[in-house]
Design a protein around this ligand. Structure first.
Ligand code: COA
Length: 173
């Protein structure tokens, strides 16, 4: 098994290629990308799997807010594994490692849009059924949320948005 390490600035070009390869170049049309625009990924939760200098896998998270109360949360994704290396446990290892790190870093809620069958075993549940909304079209079955801290969803609901700080920065610019 290849080790999981922090993403490095030098990974940037290979990461774009990996995401184009795994998700297709039309990936940026998705609603999740609207939430990422103008917002930096969380550096402490950006991990990579490499074989030497070759990038085999990557996971990133983005800060988001939920509802009018702007409850802070994180959004998982994208997670991608090079097709030649899929099915070897790299994706699951990246997700487990990063969710553990996120919990240790004090994050309380994690949202994602992805395949239910893949994410359910980690503890994700349907987000729409818990009163959350996406600011654009999304397949509701793929819209999921996980409490990193038990009870963190209590009293939280409404529209997913960019983190409060990033919105503030954008207005000032
Ligand atoms: C999804 C992805 C990250 C999984 O990484 P991986 O390293 O291949 O996954 P793992 O080896 O840890 O797990 C493989 C298992 O997950 C299952 N799996 C993979 N993708 C799945 C999916 N989209 N839905 C349901 N199950 C899936 C496999 O069937 C396999 O099951 P098994 O262990 O019972 O045989 C990778 O396949 C990928 O990059 N896909 C393209 C991009 C993508 O779809 N990203 C996720 C967005 S939902």
């Amino acid at each position: 098994m290849f080790p999981i390490t922090a993403e490095r600035p030098a990974d940037a070009a290979q990461l774009e290629q990996l995401l184009d390869l795994t998700f297709g170049s039309g990936r940026t049309a998705k609603t999740v990308y609207r939430l990422r625009e103008g917002v930096a990924p969380i550096k402490a939760l950006s991990f990579a799997v490499r074989d030497g200098s070759r990038l085999l896998g990557s996971i990133r998270y983005w800060p988001i807010s939920i509802g009018e109360a702007a409850s802070p949360a994180i959004m998982l994704g994208p997670v991608a594994v090079h097709p030649d290396f899929q099915g070897q446990g790299i994706g699951r290892a990246l997700i487990r490692h990063s969710l553990y790190a996120a919990t240790r870093q004090g994050h309380r809620l994690c949202m994602l849009v992805g395949d239910k069958a893949y994410y359910e075993p980690f503890g994700f549940v349907n987000a729409a059924e818990r009163g959350l909304e996406m600011p654009g079209w999304v397949e509701l079955e793929r819209f999921q949320i996980m409490e990193l801290v038990p009870g963190a969803l209590e009293g939280v609901g409404g529209m997913i948005g960019k983190p409060k700080l990033a919105r503030g920065r954008k207005k000032a610019a």
